[in-house]
Design a binder for this molecule. Sequence first.
Ligand SMILES: Cc1cc2nc3c(=O)[nH]c(=O)nc-3n(C[C@H](O)[C@H](O)[C@H](O)COP(=O)(O)OP(=O)(O)OC[C@H]3O[C@@H](n4cnc5c(N)ncnc54)[C@H](O)[C@@H]3O)c2cc1C
Ligand code: FES
Ligand code: FES
Length: 469
Amino acid sequence: MISFILNDTTIETLQPAGMTLLDFIRYEKRLVGTKIGCREGDCGACTILLGELVDGQMQYLSMTSCITPLINVHGKHVVSIEGINGSDLTPVQQAIVDESGSQCGFCTVGFVVSLTGECLSRKISSYDDVVGAVDGNICRCTGYKSIERACNNIHSHLKEKDISNPIPWCSKNKIVPDYFNRIVERIEHIKPLPQSIGAVTIGGGTDLLVQKHDDVYESSIQGLFGKKGSIGIKVSEGKCSIGAITSVSELMESEEMIGMFPNLFNHMKLVASTPIRNSGTIGGNLVNASPIGDLTAFFLALNSSILIQNNNGDQRDLFLKDFYRGYKTYDLAVDEHLIKIQFDMPRENTHFNFEKVSKRTYLDIASVNSAMSIILSGMIISDIHISAGGVAPIPKYLAKTRAFLLGKILNEKTILAAIDIMQDEIAPISDARGTESYKRLLLRQLFWAHFLELFPEKFELITLKSVAQ
Ligand SMILES: Cc1cc2nc3c(=O)[nH]c(=O)nc-3n(C[C@H](O)[C@H](O)[C@H](O)COP(=O)(O)OP(=O)(O)OC[C@H]3O[C@@H](n4cnc5c(N)ncnc54)[C@H](O)[C@@H]3O)c2cc1C
Ligand code: FES
Ligand code: FES
């Protein structure tokens, strides 16, 4: 039986583990404040907060309920707009009213929930953080300037936030009702679900519930999301290992990862939106096997390996670059799961970069993406790994280009020669994200962009002219 707290009510339900939280909230509980827009995680109309007990305190994150399976909320606190409303408008709602941040109102519920989540966070919220909290909420009629003004207004309220105790502070300031203060003791009474083996493995569900919603609803489920944090991100003896169920948000906030990849935040901001990053996992991105998976491109360029385990506990290792066999096919038996991903920690002279081109800068999947890690000894390329997405049926590790570049002097001539080899190594197709020739051009430009970004003093923009010819 799945058990959780929905607003101020404890729920115990025998509904299918793969049912969407949105359907449960609206059709089983008749809480219709949460809206249905796209049902694909794209619009934010269905945003809820999911509260989890972390280090003795509740931590609330925004998620899109339309692609959250019921199993993922077991033992947690689900907050819909009805669980935020009080007798008066909350300061978040008042800010939207004061700044004319709503017209038809269809999106407004999602904005209020996301912004309330930011108020509850255990950090000092900058103006950019407040605006960033609604990066998964789309409004078709108000105009974003008035919503930005509302964010600014909310930001001014948060200057006094007690970040060590945000929940009592928020309830004192009427941002959330008083019952939030008593959730911890109620959550502690919910027992974890017993270990089960199901036909469908689910991480965050952000790919599966978009692509195969009906199959998930009807199947037995093996949920991994509830076991979040059990492996985490560990650095030891020159290796970094990351649990497959680590979410994209956990990855981008990890101090270990930021220490190794100072640009991580900017790179990960290009992946989906806050609510999707809060639920989407690394393992899900790798096993989804999309040729344009951003995390897949990121980890391929670190020459990562993956640890796989079957239901008997037998384990095996393989390089991520050897995992993919053809379009959406890979080396994983039905009773196997991805447990973790590992890579050698970057050395002092390792340089790493990730690039992505999509139709929109944010909240869009890539037309083409690429990552590169390179180690230089003087100007000699002593090691290099390059990945490319959107240019082949599988996420592509550019093995031939690497073989050519190893031991070469890094200069324009070498890069131009490598581009020729790279073009032979890929096989893009024309589709909604661009023609074959456009994708070839994009990869060529992204490859250059790695060098412009990593070695600006050596490669200036004029080198781009020679590429464009
Ligand atoms: C609106 C929206 C925007 C998005 N934008 C981006 C984007 O910009 N870039 C991008 O790369 N992706 C994007 N995605 C795709 C998705 O969010 C990511 O791929 C995410 O990392 C998937 O993780 P998940 O845990 O939700 O996967 P799930 O949906 O839970 O699972 C995906 C697949 O992996 C399998 N699986 C999951 N975990 C494991 C495991 N540990 N072992 C074995 N199998 C497993 C599942 O069975 C399933 O086949 C977007 C999705 C949405 C809805
Ligand atoms: S309905 Fe659009 S994100 Fe859920
Ligand atoms: S107010 Fe109408 S969609 Fe945002």
